[in-house]
Write a protein that binds this ligand. Structure first.
Ligand SMILES: N=c1c2ncn([C@@H]3O[C@H](COP(=O)(O)OP(=O)(O)OP(=O)(O)O)[C@@H](O)[C@H]3O)c2ncn1[C@@H]1O[C@H](COP(=O)(O)O)[C@@H](O)[C@H]1O
Length: 130
């Protein structure tokens, strides 16, 4: 996965200065960080909506869009993928990801795509209906 993201990052860096009329990436750089952040947030919302709806193919497609937009935001912020891999390595060393994986909990109810089912919120009834 990190190889694909590294390649995508390099493609995004190369596209920054292309003609905005033909390059989405150049267009995003022309608009700036607010537009990039908005696109990233939109794609994240699409991923969670599709995941909750159990639409696996759409989750895959939207995840690819999400990673593209994350990569664009990294590039604009002067962050390279290696910075993120380094932080992940640091966490793995200091927090011992593998050792700390939770044991299988028998009673976790899952919804579509294995996502824990949302907890039902019990709303207080208006006084008149009690
Ligand atoms: N990997 C991607 C990539 N992933 C997703 N996207 C775009 O991000 C869009 C987001 O999806 P949407 O359909 O929701 O877009 P939209 O909201 O309808 O349209 P806009 O409002 O964004 O114009 C997708 O349509 C894709 O076109 C990408 N655009 C570009 N790349 C790569 O980035 C590099 C530079 O490409 P250009 O930006 O075309 O120069 C190339 O290597 C490309 O392959």
């Amino acid at each position: 996965m990190s190889d694909s993201l590294e390649r995508l990052y390099r493609a995004v860096i190369a596209a920054r200065t292309l003609d905005p009329a033909t390059s989405r990436t150049a267009r995003l750089f022309q608009h700036g960080p607010s537009k990039m952040a908005k696109k990233l947030a939109e794609e994240a919302i699409e991923v969670v909506i599709d995941a909750v709806g159990g639409k696996q193919d759409a989750v895959v497609r939207e995840s690819a869009d999400l990673l593209y937009n994350l990569t664009v935001l990294w590039a604009a912020a002067g962050i390279c993928p290696q910075d993120v891999w380094d932080e992940m390595d640091r966490r793995e060393r200091t927090q011992g990801i593998a050792e700390k994986l939770p044991k299988q909990k028998a009673a976790i109810k899952t919804g579509p795509a294995g996502i824990p089912a949302p907890r039902r919120r019990v709303l207080a009834r208006p006084a008149a209906t009690r």
